[in-house]
Write a protein that binds this ligand. Sequence first.
Ligand code: GTP
Ligand code: MG
Length: 557
Amino acid sequence: KSIDNLCFKSQSKHNTSSVAVKSEIAQRKDQTDTIAERKPFYVLQEERLEQAERSVLINCPPKTNEKKFLKHLSSHGEINTCFFYESFGTYALVEFSKKESIASLQEWTIIPSIQHEATVPFKSRLVSLKLNNPGDLSSVPSSIQCLRQSAIPINELVQRLSGADTIDQQLYTLTETYQLTEDNVRLRFLVCSLLKDIAAAYFPECTVKLFGSSVNGFGKLGCDLDMFLDLDGISGRKSKKTAGPFTLEYQMKRVSSERAATQKILSVIGECIDQFGPGCVGVQKILNARCPLVRFAHQPSGFQCDLTANNRIAIKSSELLYLYGSLDARVRALVFTVRCWARAHAITSSIPGAWITNFSLAMMVIFFLQKRDPPIIPTLDQLKGLAGPTDKQLIEGHDCTFVSNINRINTTENTETLEQLLKEFFEFYGNFSFSKMSINIRKGKEQSKPDVSPLHIQNPFEQPLNVSKNVNQTQLERFVSLARDSAWILQQDGMSHPLGAGAQPWGLAALLLPSASQTGGKGKKRRKREPASERIKSLLESLKNNKPNSANGNGKR
Ligand code: GTP
Ligand code: MG
């Protein structure tokens, strides 16, 4: 592959990354085309991790000449992909065709000599490009173009949505705008692979896997990076006893429980990340949580990272969500939309607390879509019925079996539009009997609540657990009240099509504007005194007068 080809490839990536508002039909067709070639979740994960192992992250001076840079690097071997982005400096992710190129590059990488300071000589795949002759490269006019790795602020999104023609198009545009890009996914797997190199210093056969929204199809640009240190390849689970009179067994430290072992491992790896992990800052060991974890920021990528261990069920949850999201384009569009709506109204938060989580919201959307007539997606029990012999999985005594091959699942006969579904979603949860019933995606039916938690969503795999145990009554009431308000707004005249020139926020765009309840302390008091119809009237008034750029500008999550 010549350098010119590479530059062309890289350039065309820039073009495709700008979000064009496509017609619904084109978008649906794209989605159907990708579904046809969708690979099972675990195959995709392995491919991505293997790609990441052939990749490096390079901090570049801002005026680096892309062509010269690629030429220099290609002396180590053929380059598959390269893109640039900004995060505490300019970085390039470079993926080689062969893993040997990494060894070659590392052989030619020097350890910095810093005056008055010392370095920990841990050789990672995070390196810096230094200009031997700064005048030479920086004077070249064609410098690099950086790709955005964070979501656009919500006020820009509202403006973009106001320009759409239908509510369906708005939902697809929101999804396209917020979803993880190909580059961002590569970067996520690379960070995961860099972490593996650190953990491998203790556990050479370990793997670090991604789970959560980075891989479940519902990730928004800027979402956190959930990782899981998998030591199963090392531990006894997979080893076989030898034939003959003897067996050799490793002498190992013993600890009181699996949990204690996980805490010790994470404590040590957390220490390594803190002391030796290049670019890893703000390391916190949260070892007493229900699921012990190490939290830190990875500055070169800009990702907030959570590293857990012994967390295989969470990977199955991610695979399940991925499967549902792959079955029908409406699933992802509705999950993205509901998450964005919830964030815009502070129903969800990046701070842990009594709020509904994004994971719970996804479960609520899935449940709602299972309950349509005809259903848009199957229940978990139906997916279990379609499982092949290799799909059988029992994790810590919990049955996590379900089909991994998407082609075995029939497509739905349901033809409802997203506009209908969005309205019905708000009505469904605006009237759901939360006080008595539990949401169960395994059965696709609500069931009597087994305990008094305000919101009960049965954990699909650890069935006695409630996914939304943290949610208090106040937060549930806020969700229900906003769902009702939103259903009402969508029923108003002029809400389901553009309002003409001047592009006032309409449809989904109107739903994302801050509500009266969020306009400070005064708003809160008024909300208590006024009946709902008054509140909604004043909200609609405020929508009419509201310019899009006065919306909440928080782009994170
Ligand atoms: P973001 O908010 O975009 O990060 O969504 P997320 O799906 O990644 O959520 P989060 O980072 O909070 O959690 C990561 C993963 O852990 C989820 O996707 C689930 O698989 C799992 N998880 C999170 N919360 C719960 C919970 O309360 N119960 C169970 N069983 N799993 C959870
Ligand atoms: Mg997450």
